[in-house]
Every structure is written in C-alpha cells, then in structure tokens.
Design a protein around this ligand. Sequence first.
Ligand code: ZN
Length: 254
Amino acid sequence: MPVLISLLFGLAIGSFLNAAIFRLHYGLPIWRGRSQCFTCRMELAWHDLLPVASFLLLRGHCRTCDAEIHWQYPVVELVTALLFVLALTLVPLGLPLGVSLAQLFFWWFIFAIFIFLFVYDARYGELPDQITLPAILIAFVWMQMMHWGWQSSLIGGVVGGGFFLAQYLISRGRWVGGGDIRLGFLIGLVVGWPLVAPSFILAYVLGLVGVLILLGLRRKTFGETVPFGTYLIAGALIAIFFAEPLLKYIGRML
Ligand SMILES: [Zn+2]
C-alpha cells in the first residue's frame, strides 16, 4: 500500500514538475493556468494529462495537431515515481508514524527539487535561484530540527558550498557559476559530512564519462560548458541511496 501511494503521488508530482520547469523557463506563473500543447496551444483535457498513461495512449503525439510530445515528459514522471517509492527505504523503521511521514515528505521534497534542477540544468544550462534558495532554507531548517546528524549536515553544507565558492574565487567565476555554489551547499546539507565528498567525486566521474560519451557521439565539441548541476545531482542521489556502503568504505580508508 505505501508503495502504491508513493508511486501514484510520484507520478502526479512528476507531471507537475514537467509543467513547472517549462513555466519557469518561459516566465509563466507556476501554480496557475491550464496546460496546453506547445505547438497548437490547444488546452489539454484532464484525460490528456494523466502521467505516462496519456503519453502512451496518444502514442507521444498531441491529440489536436499531432505534434510530437517530448520524451522528457513520461521519463520525468517515471523517475519521480521511482524515487518516491525508493524514498520509503530511507525512512528508518520503528519511528512514530508522524516522524516517519515527516521524513518521507522531506525526501520527497528533496527528490522533487533534485529532479527539477537536473532537468532544468540539462535543458537550459541554469540552476534557478527561485528553486535552490527556498530548498536550501527548508533543508537547513529540517536538518537543524533533526536531533541526530545536524552537525554533519552543517559541515556538509559548508564544505559543499565552500568547495565551489573557492573555485569561483580562484577562477573569478570562469570555472563555476553562482548556481553551482548554491547547489553544492544544498547537496552538502542533505547528504551531510563525510558523504558530501564521495557524492562530489561521483559527480566528477559521471561528468567525465558523460563528456566522453557526448564527444564520442559528436553531440558536443570540446570546451563547451557542461551542465555540471545534473552530474552533481546524480552523484548526490547515489550517495543518498548507497550511504551505508559508502560510509563503511570511508571508515576503512581513514
Ligand atoms: Zn497540439
């Protein structure tokens, strides 16, 4: 039952994220307005807005004008649903129901933010402050309220943000942008110290692999900017779900 609820809720939030990413980029109000086809501007009926199912039923095309619907839409919905279900494994057993639910909602919130920033950075090469700053505030308040792990979170945030701030200062803003500093801080707060270190290392490894693949496919030429936020988020997700083996490994290294 919790799996089914998380799955359906994840699909719905994924669908919202798709619309929110588009609306923020084009300066439309995020919370209001009916969704419409990007090509013919036809307002979509509720049965055209069912996550994944509508995409499959319409075979990836608009009902009115037959324009192709981007594959990003069902993929974002599915990935959100998957992460929302996996979040169940992050809530420790044996806590009072209220605390368990609060923890689950916190992870859902963080995953929604991560997916938003991942797609936004991949598509538009930006990490918007309207998303990172409120997320930092909520993550900070939540982590300080938790009586366990708040020091780890605070150190993680300072290390994560400081790592990019140092690069920013050394390169006078040429290597990294302000958005990377804020995302580094957010990830540090969420994964904590010492997990922030493997999380960033994984991001660099994935970034290198990604660049090599894109160079191989000739989709990118050398020297083009890489949406590093996407790799940072991928690294953070691995660190979150594989926290235990990573921490054991770090323990043996020290
Ligand atoms: Zn259309």
